[in-house]
Design a binder for this molecule. Structure first.
Ligand code: TMP
Length: 204
């Protein structure tokens, strides 16, 4: 599917700081005159937000978790992302399918072929135009997380889980270096924003 708008995703382990930069990305694109839709996964639609509550707070089998992530994604694409892109808006999502490979495959140990099958079924070749991967060691992410509100099911996982999630993200970035740009999220906010601005400005 070719869409007039562009689709940008932000990824990283919990605590990497990606959400801090969402507003910056949106403002930079708006300043270029684009309509910008900011959204998140799991979530982004009323049904998706209901699924998010379950995913973040109810214990479940890892396969169920994967299927619910893609159920939320299907709704997100149909109801919000694809209509926005079709009218020429730029969509910025806090997480998308790379998170399923990182968390459900890397973190939980599900076979990547299962995720790929769901990705093909739901997305039919559709993928982000640009993905910003905020990369930090698991210990740094943990110290940033502990300052935050009460932890959800994912945030309660051990450092070893987040190490596997991080490695899975880096493996994906190495396989798709043009789309997935790795940012060293230990840098200052100002330094990261300079780098993000350059990447966005390079995207026509
Ligand atoms: P957030 O805290 O960045 O909003 O994301 C919610 C959690 O959901 C986060 O811990 C990562 C997790 N997640 C997955 O495990 N798989 C996915 O496909 C997505 C989109 C998120």
């Amino acid at each position: 599917m070719t869409m007039p708008g562009r689709f940008i995703t932000l990824e990283g382990v919990d605590g990497a700081g990606k959400s801090t930069h969402l507003g910056f990305v949106a403002e930079r694109l708006r300043a270029r005159g684009h309509e910008v839709v900011v959204t998140r996964e799991p979530g982004g639609t009323p049904l998706g937000e209901t699924l998010r509550e379950l995913l973040l707070h109810r214990d479940m089998d890892a396969g169920t978790e994967l299927l619910l992530m893609f159920a939320a994604r299907q709704q997100h694409l149909a109801e919000l992302i694809q209509p926005a892109l079709a009218r020429g808006a730029w969509v910025v999502s806090d997480r998308f399918t790379d998170a399923s490979y990182a968390y459900q495959c890397g973190g939980r140990g599900i076979d990547a072929a299962r995720v790929a099958a769901l990705e093909n079924w739901v997305q039919q070749g559709f993928a982000p135009d640009l993905t910003l991967l905020f990369d930090v060691p698991a210990e740094v992410a943990e110290s940033r997380r502990s300052a935050a509100r009460a932890a959800d099911r994912f945030e309660r996982e051990a450092d070893s889980f987040f190490n596997r999630v991080r490695q899975a993200y880096l493996v994906r970035a190495a396989a798709e270096p043009e789309r997935i740009r790795v940012l060293d999220a230990r840098q200052s906010i100002a330094a990261l924003q300079d780098e993000i601005a350059r990447l966005l400005d390079a995207l026509a």
